[in-house]
Design a protein around this ligand. Structure first.
Ligand SMILES: [Zn+2]
Length: 344
């Protein structure tokens, strides 16, 4: 079969690799219908050292069950399923608490002998705990929105949930990438009436407005902070959803959060330390967020997609075949595409 390999920064290739097979009784083999490129895939795309032979990549996919191990029940050949971006057993104490990302038997795709999602098929470890059956056919028009359940939409939702967003909270979302826009959609779904989106790409912030943003602030840094404060009577918002991962975005978050409010971070941090000293302590600011246990949210969020009340798949503005994936990475890295879907 064919899969995407990354050979180093800027070097994405499609190659012939061995077909996945059941290795453990808890495995399943899934033929990929749709996968996509994540903002976090752009970090190795920018900086990975040269890797002879290449490594598999990709952690967002949905597909069709081709084969299941003897220890997997509840799934059969032909079922359409979605995989969250971390696999997990579904039975340990962390999984039962809804923190599947801390599962001691879990792990990341495309690491340590586990397949990446960007390819024609994937061996899924702990399939019974990991996969969620989607009640749709292989050609469903909803596939792009259902694909967002793999990562980007639950990540935005985790951000809004951990920040305590509800109908009484005002919200600032920092970042107009696919996660930021998913956070807007999530805040809206949780009832927030005032959602300020900080971003400066008009076509993205327009989609943010469609998802529920009431105000858009283009300015960054101190100017952006001032603008949000102006919009909120000088006090900032109860919840701040940080969906970038750069230090400046965290500084902005502290600038726009209201005293007693929460900052939730889901942008993968590209820095080591957050300053939380006396000023932040004195303002009673809660710092929360972290990697999203996507598996915990899939069933809940899936219902709204199936009912057609939300369309998170609108974040995909380009679809490519395997042969064009390298160009898809380039387009996302150049901010020419918001999020690229792959149809193997
Ligand atoms: Zn577990």
């Amino acid at each position: 079969m064919r899969a995407i390999l990354i050979h180093g920064a800027g070097d994405i290739r499609v190659a012939e690799v061995p077909d996945p097979i059941i290795k453990e009784p808890t495995d399943a083999v899934v033929r990929v219908l749709r996968a996509c490129i994540c903002g976090s895939d752009l970090w190795p795309y920018a900086s990975k050292p040269v890797t002879p032979g290449g490594d598999r990549i990709g952690h967002e996919f949905l597909g069709v069950i081709e084969d299941v191990g003897s220890g997997v029940s509840g799934f059969k050949r032909g079922d359409v399923v979605v995989a969250p971006f971390v696999y997990s057993d579904g039975t340990c104490e962390f999984c039962r608490e809804g923190l599947h990302t801390s599962c001691p038997h879990g792990g990341l795709w495309a690491r340590e002998g586990v397949d990446g999602g960007q390819g024609e098929a994937v061996r899924v470890p702990h399939a019974q705990g990991t996969l969620v059956k989607l009640p749709v056919g292989e050609d469903a028009a909803l596939l792009p929105s259902l694909l967002t359940l793999s990562d980007v939409f639950p990540t935005g939702y985790h951000c809004a949930k951990t920040a305590g967003v509800n109908e009484r909270t005002t919200v600032t979302v920092i970042g107009d990438g696919a996660v930021g826009l998913s956070a807007v959609l999530s805040a809206k779904r949780l009832g927030a009436e005032r959602i300020i989106l900080m971003g400066r790409h008009k076509e993205r912030t327009d989609l943010g407005r469609e998802f529920g943003a009431t105000d858009v602030v283009e300015e960054r840094g101190a100017e952006g902070v001032e603008r949000v404060r102006e919009l909120t009577g000088g006090v900032g918002t109860h919840a701040v959803l940080e969906c970038v991962g750069l230090e400046q975005a965290v500084d902005t978050a502290f600038g726009v959060v209201r005293d007693g409010g929460s900052i939730s971070r889901v942008g993968v941090p590209q820095f080591d330390k957050v300053s939380y000293g006396f000023p932040e302590f004195f303002r009673n600011i809660t710092l929360t967020g972290g990697v999203a246990p996507a598996r915990a949210y899939i069933e809940e969020l899936m219902q709204d997609i199936l009912e057609g009340t939300i369309r998170p798949g609108l974040v995909f503005d380009r679809a490519v075949g395997l042969d064009e994936v390298a160009d898809g990475y380039r387009a996302m890295a150049d901010r020419e595409a918001l999020k690229v879907m792959i149809q193997p």
